[in-house]
Ligand binder design. Structure first.
Ligand SMILES: Nc1ncnc2c1ncn2[C@@H]1O[C@H](COP(=O)(O)OP(=O)(O)O)[C@@H](O)[C@H]1O
Ligand SMILES: [Mg+2]
Length: 268
């Protein structure tokens, strides 16, 4: 296996119901994803796009088949390990933003860091740095409803990248946005991709495929067409830690080392 392979799906099948009511959201789905790809997934409603994203994001499990992430088959691992992998490796962006309404923006962005073991002050500081990147730092203490849709989605993107994940999954992230806000959100995703991140995004909007390095059309739980518009060797090279790079020197310092719950400090 090439070391640039990030994800391999083999014979992935998601079945709902049994007997008469049996149906397949995904059927014998095979896909290999390399680091640095920006994949757009299109296809009619009900063809399995969200199911695919949720399985890749370890929010859902396949009925059968293999899901190999960084060389490890994660299809059958415990829910607890799934949650831990998800927190470290995967950032999600949803169509309806999925911000927690009664938490200020800053706390929303800091949420994924709860799983990292960082102390609260460090979590909030990192969240603040992420918000700065999206020019939302002055709105840290607003509640989500006080922001426009475009701003809420940028908060959601800040939340998705705050823990520096390898994979960003976005399910119709511009579906609820006007064209101007869509453009801003897409430009942010483009910048995140150019830093070497792998992005898998579902969209209904063919115009957005200009941002992609690969466009997959799905039909009835399988791949109908799969077109790479950028050759593998021209994909952006991964670089680590995006948030710090863009921040000014006052926030450049290292985070305190995370510590394990209950136990002594972990060495890095
Ligand atoms: N919890 C569920 N129970 C039964 N069928 C489901 C469930 N979730 C999704 N499906 C079915 O799986 C298929 C794929 O759904 P989905 O992945 O949401 O499609 P898409 O995102 O492409 O619109 C659809 O036919 C849908 O009805
Ligand atoms: Mg969907």
């Amino acid at each position: 296996m090439s070391e640039n392979v990030l994800i391999e799906l083999k014979g992935l099948t998601k079945r709902y119901g049994y007997g008469d009511t049996e149906s397949f959201a995904l059927k014998d789905f095979d896909l290999t994803i390399k680091r640095g790809e920006f994949i757009m997934i299109m296809g009619p409603s009900g063809c399995g796009k969200t199911t695919l994203l949720n399985i890749i994001g370890l929010l859902d499990r396949a009925s059968r088949g293999e899901y190999i992430l960084n060389g490890e088959n994660v299809a059958g691992i415990s829910a607890r390990r799934q949650a831990s992998l998800r927190a470290k490796k995967i950032g999600f962006i949803f169509q309806n933003f999925n911000l927690i309404e009664d938490l200020p923006v800053l706390e929303n962005v800091a949420l994924p860091l709860v799983y990292t073991g960082y102390p609260r002050t460090a979590r909030l500081k990192n969240a603040s740095t992420a918000l700065k990147r999206f020019h939302l730092q002055e709105r840290e203490y607003y509640l989500p409803y006080q922001l426009s849709g475009g701003q809420q989605q940028r908060v959601a993107i800040a939340r998705a990248i705050v823990s520096d994940p390898e994979i960003i999954l976005a399910d119709e992230p511009t579906g609820n946005l006007d064209s101007r806000s869509s453009r801003i959100v897409m430009d942010e995703l483009k910048a995140i991709h150019e830093e070497g991140n792998t992005i898998i995004m579902v969209t209904h909007n063919p115009a957005l495929t200009v941002y992609a390095t690969r466009v997959i059309n799905m039909l009835d739980g399988h791949i109908d067409t799969d077109v790479k518009t950028v050759a593998d060797q021209n994909l952006p090279q991964p670089i680590s830690v995006k948030i710090k790079k863009k921040s000014d020197s006052s926030t450049e310092e290292e985070l305190p080392k995370p510590h394990k719950r209950h136990k002594s400090r972990r060495k890095k």
